[in-house]
Design a protein around this ligand. Sequence first.
Ligand SMILES: O=CCCCC(=O)O
Length: 490
Amino acid sequence: MMIHAIRCASKIEGVVMNKYQLFIDGKWVDGSEGVTEAVINPATEDVIGHFCHATSDDIERAVAAAKQGLKDWSAVPAWERGDILKRAADLLRERKEKIARILTLEQGKPLAESVGEIDRAADFIEWGGEEGRRVAGRLISGRDTGCSIQVRKVPVGVVAAFAPWNFPIVLTAKKLAGLLGAGCSCVVKPAEETPGSVVELIKVLVDAGVPGNALNMVLGKPADISNQLIADPAIRKITFTGSSPVGKLLASQAGQYMKPVTMELGGHSPVIVFDDVEVAALAKSLVAKKFFNAGQVCVSPTRFFVHKSIYDEFVKVFVQSAKELVVGDGCGVKTKMGPLANIRRLEAMEVLVKDAVAKGAKIETGGKRIGDKGFFFEPTVLTNVSLDAELMSTEIFGPIVPILPFDDEDEVLRIANDVDYGLAGYFFTKDADRQAKFSDQLTVGTIGVNDVPAHIAEVPLGGWGDSGYGVEGGIEALDAYLKSKYVSYR
Ligand SMILES: O=CCCCC(=O)O
């Protein structure tokens, strides 16, 4: 497969020297020791910028600022906080063309996907501000005459927020929307691959009126930053989106300090296709869903089970459609799938394919890196895949699809549930009984019935099992950032 050749210039318009500084106490600053690290365009492997590494002192100053920021921001009336977040959402929408370019250059996804991500981020921010206005405690009658009880909802405190590189804007926005809506302050750590996107998000929020000290951002060595932030007594809540192994590590560290966590972790979503569907149309539409963001999506459809009576037709159309996908630089107008975001994902794809093939899988299309510049991997479809293949139990997070035939409905349900993850699951059938059964019995936090839905602001999304705990979005969006206080009056 050839890479579609259109390339964007690596210089990011409007970002002076593409140097990403830390944001501490309302000021953009270099790391105290002057250490920087390169940001790479995954489509070209060009260096497109550098980000500053925070030292331990820098992190300490960020936390100190956030402590004061908590006082300042929580004192702003919720109604006004809602106005500010609404303004931020509007500003983000206004700036989306420029920010989308930055996102595509550092993450690789097609520009249209970047724009869509920013629109969704704006919705989450607006939603967080609106929900903040609706936070209310309650009054309870006391047991004795003259006694009354208040239940107050108060911000949990300073939050350490760790954001991933696959959707750096919307997944950071979900956290900021919830915590700022609730009146908390934070120290955010974006992923090393995608600092520029989060820098732009912070600028938007600050320009809209969020006090700079409520919204601190540090960059640098992930483990150094998380170790220090989690241990800091001023940090009262941890929120993380990323892989299950890292989530388990951070949650166990937070547990030592008795700090609550929200963990939005990996997934391995089954897709079950019954025999009563429009086979060709569905296969084509699932290609677009599967290769969205090059498969680097926690809720990506990943383990395909297709009823054996339609299996051959489904595979044929799916493979043909996967072959037709235009893979290339995300800035190319025709590009439908960009590169993987980093070399680690590329290497992981090679290992997963090799393992599956060694266990009997047949490569129907794809299976290898494209070219030797840029982290491109072919859209890959595998058949005859053993349930023992590593990719049937380990999150794929890339453009590989195993498609397996099934015959027995109970057996496919058992296999679908037989992984440690429990994030999402999708099935396709017109049969109402099956719809009820599979919606009830799939052990995941999100279900698509004849659908692979996107996460939208008004809906809570969270995983079960190794996919984490807590949710983001929905009327629950602020729950993670509020605590209850029982006040009894006599
Ligand atoms: O990668 C996990 C998050 C996907 C949900 C989203 O795109 O908002």
